[in-house]
Design a protein around this ligand. Structure first.
Ligand SMILES: Cc1ncc(COP(=O)(O)O)c(C=O)c1O
Length: 389
């Protein structure tokens, strides 16, 4: 029996491929430093866990409305108001993770063959666009201009089939952050060309320099923006699977139909934890951000000191994305050598769309001790690669 034809065009996740190999080496007894997965190493704050426990004890074990508990939708709308985004509960859908919010958004807006502009290097959007029958159109961003998306480069790729502009700032994998003045020409273009803007802002809680600007906060943008966020990064809740989208109410109704047909709803006690996260103390985010900033400074300093590696300072998220072109080997090969010889798991840049090659992504959502140890080992591997050239 054969899978559907379209499955041939759907790339597997390169992060998960590296993780698989790393786990295999661990089974063989090797100690691996995991810098491949984009997952906070902090635990979910205690008051959030407690809210879930209490909800379970109260019997919150049934289906909820597909779009989410009204109280959580309201809490999200209030939370977004603090970021300059004016919405109401009817503009919000609660999903099992931000990933599913993106999936529902694409399934509800894209017709077969519709083109989606994706700045690359980029996270795993290609698979989602293809699953719903759309066509990814990649626009190159590069280290020389801080991986910021330029409107001129987008303009060149527009066709009558362009339907959506996808933005992801702070960016995974590059850590780029776009300021208000840098976003403005892009939202103007989207308005002129009547495009949807899908803005994945899951890392907006992790900005170390400058200020993040949300496309949805620009005048008139609420009618064409699908804003994506979630609890995974801000509250260290990856395994809870809790995210959300904000969009025009009519589109939220369509996205709810997809959720009804796929997952029905997010578990009620998980949503109760989400209410506690948004309405409870926010100090955890600041502490976590300060720790990530220390780690970022350490990893950037360490990687930059290695001859053959160039590492710019990312302004947001928790990834370093150094250039390894001087080593003269493909990023996948480099990551395999790094994993087998030094026990450091990182993701090859080739896994981040057509313009990721020549880079490697290291997640610094791991301890300072691991970071220092990893830099030492990377230095040794690079040294031996260069001496064999
Ligand atoms: C850019 C980006 N968006 C979305 C997600 C997924 O978030 P969630 O765990 O809420 O599905 C990730 C996770 O790594 C991410 O890096």
């Amino acid at each position: 029996m054969k899978p559907a034809k379209r499955m041939e065009s759907i790339p597997p996740s390169s992060t998960l491929r590296v993780l698989g190999l790393a786990k295999e080496l661990e089974r063989q007894g090797k100690k691996i430093i995991h810098m491949e997965v984009g997952e906070p190493d902090f635990d979910t704050p205690a008051h959030i866990k407690k809210a879930a426990e209490e909800a379970l004890a109260r019997g919150m074990t049934k289906y909820t409305p597909s779009a989410g508990l009204p109280e959580l939708r309201e809490a999200v709308a209030e939370h977004l108001a603090t970021k300059g985004i004016k919405t109401t509960a009817k503009n919000i859908i609660i999903t099992p993770g931000a990933k599913h919010a993106i999936f529902c958004a694409m399934a509800a807006t894209l017709d077969p063959g519709d083109e989606v502009i994706i700045p690359s290097p980029c996270w795993t959007y290609e698979a989602m666009v293809r699953i719903v029958g759309g066509k990814p159109v990649f626009v190159k961003t590069s280290a020389e201009n801080g991986f910021k998306l330029k409107v001129e480069d987008v303009q060149k790729m527009l066709t009558p089939k362009t339907r959506m502009l996808l933005l992801n700032y702070p960016n995974n994998p590059t850590g780029a952050v776009m300021r208000q003045r840098e976003i403005r020409p892009l939202v103007d273009l989207a308005t002129d060309r009547k495009l949807w803007v899908l803005s994945d802002e899951i890392y907006d809680c992790l900005v170390y320099e400058g200020e993040h600007a949300s496309p949805m906060s620009f005048p008139g943008m609420a009618e064409r923006t699908i804003y994506i966020n979630g609890f995974s990064k801000a509250y260290a809740m990856t395994g809870w699977r809790l995210g959300y989208a904000a969009a025009p109410a009519e589109l939220i109704a369509e996205m709810s139909k997809i959720q009804e047909a796929s997952t029905s709803c997010v578990a009620g006690f998980v949503q109760a934890a989400g209410i506690a996260a948004l309405r409870g103390p926010q100090g955890f985010i600041t502490e976590m951000r300060e720790e990530y900033k220390r780690r970022r400074d350490e990893i950037v300093k360490g990687l930059s000191s290695i001859d053959g590696i160039d590492c710019a300072k990312p302004e947001g998220a928790f990834y370093a994305f150094p250039v390894i072109k001087k080593l003269g080997i493909p990023s996948l090969e480099f990551c395999e050598v790094l994993l087998r010889e030094a026990g450091v798991a990182a993701v090859p840049g080739s896994g981040f769309g057509p313009y990721g090659e020549g880079h490697v992504r290291f997640s610094y959502a791991t301890s300072m001790e691991n970071i220092k140890q990893a830099i030492k080992r990377v230095g040794e591997v690079v040294g031996s690669l260069r001496s064999h050239k």
